[in-house]
Design a protein around this ligand. Structure first.
Ligand code: KG4
Ligand code: ZN
Length: 337
């Protein structure tokens, strides 16, 4: 270690993953994630249980990140944390830990916006997008089109007005009787199904905004009617139902992405967030990008879902700018980009 080296410990605790990462001079050394399985039996994330699990998991996760980095605690230049958006109780665990760590080691504290970090996951490994680029961030909590002008200069140009697309995957999966989180299961069954078997609505909002609440209601009423006639309707048509629901969701995402590309004249396109793991979205977008001549960037799955490596990446850029927080910083559950 040189005195000019920049090493940062980063913490992520905004939802149901407790994660820690160490970054050295902009290179992520590790990404330790403890997934909370406690929520599975409740069909969604239970905020109070998330906070408790973060309290249990955080210290071991941090210890593992520091240990496997090969650095010692006193070699760390700063500590970073997710300030928001996220669940208040979950965020509080990470914020409190980071503040105490910064105070006890007398090192700078860096707050990170979780949504900026999802975008900056693209800078963890090559190939990296060139500025300006458009990032479609799709997760269980958010659906945003972001115009990225520089590492820390981003503008939300479109977003959902109600549910996030991941929520639409999970809620429709629940209507099909699938366990939480249902997104990956819809993806799995959709591979065997016909996307045109059933027609679900493709909601078009004004501007570049999204709405995903309509499809949930449409699926609910459709299933109710079909089940009255045939109680085995879901099991007999599961693959086609999943493929048709997924088709509508992907169409909604891509219609606005195409409009954004047209409006902003940008051909560097990225996707981020847990839903970017969806194989239908990946293949449709890859074909679309090839047809339109866009350069498409999809991060490794590990960096798509919630993780501290992306928080570390954002913190590195903030460190370079000397953008530090004071020790009286508090979480912001609805923090904006
Ligand atoms: O980014 P993420 O891990 O957590 C946040 O919400 O911040 O995203 C989780 C969401 C869940 O809604 C999950 O169902 C969805 O991503 N998801 C998928 C797939 N993998 C994860 N949705 C569709 N297809 C997938 N393969
Ligand atoms: Zn996230």
């Amino acid at each position: 270690m040189d005195t000019n080296d920049i090493s940062i410990l980063a913490i992520e605790s905004s939802c149901d993953e407790t994660s820690a990462s160490v970054i050295l001079n902009g290179k992520v050394l590790n990404n330790i994630v403890a997934t909370q399985s406690v929520h599975e039996k409740y069909g969604g994330v239970v905020p109070e249980l998330a906070s408790r699990a973060h309290q249990e998991n955080l210290i071991p996760v941090v210890q593992e990140a520091i240990h496997s980095s090969g650095l010692s605690q006193d070699q760390l230049s700063a500590v970073a944390f997710t300030r928001g958006p996220g669940l208040m109780g979950a965020l509080l665990v990470g914020v409190s830990f980071a503040k105490a760590f910064a105070f006890s080691r007398q090192i700078p504290l860096i707050e990170v916006n979780h949504m900026q970090a999802h975008v900056l996951a693209h800078f963890i490994e090559d190939p990296k997008p060139n500025f300006p680029f458009i990032c479609l961030t799709v997760s269980g909590g958010h659906t945003q089109l972001v115009l990225v002008k520089d590492h820390l200069d981003m503008e939300v140009i479109g977003e959902t007005r109600d549910d996030a697309v991941g929520e639409a995957f999970d809620k429709t999966a629940k209507l099909l009787g699938l366990p939480y989180p249902g997104g990956p299961l819809i993806d799995k069954y959709a591979k065997e199904g016909n996307p045109k078997a059933f027609e679900f609505p493709i909601t078009r909002m004004p501007n570049l905004d999204y709405s995903f609440s309509g499809i949930k209601t449409a699926v609910l009423y459709f299933l109710r009617n079909q089940l009255q006639e045939n109680p085995k309707f879901i099991e007999e048509n599961l693959a086609d139902l999943c493929a048709s629901i997924q088709y509508s969701l992907i169409q909604m995402l891509l219609i606005k992405l195409k409009e954004a590309v047209k409006q902003y004249g940008v051909r560097e396109i990225a996707i981020a967030g847990g839903v970017s793991a969806n194989s239908g979205l990946r293949s449709t977008l890859t074909e679309l990008a090839a047809r339109k001549g866009w350069n498409l960037y999809i991060p490794k799955f590990e960096y798509c879902t919630d993780n501290a490596a992306m928080i570390a990446m954002a913190a590195h850029y903030k460190f370079l700018k000397g953008d530090f927080s004071s020790l009286d910083v508090t979480p912001l559950a609805k923090m904006k980009i």
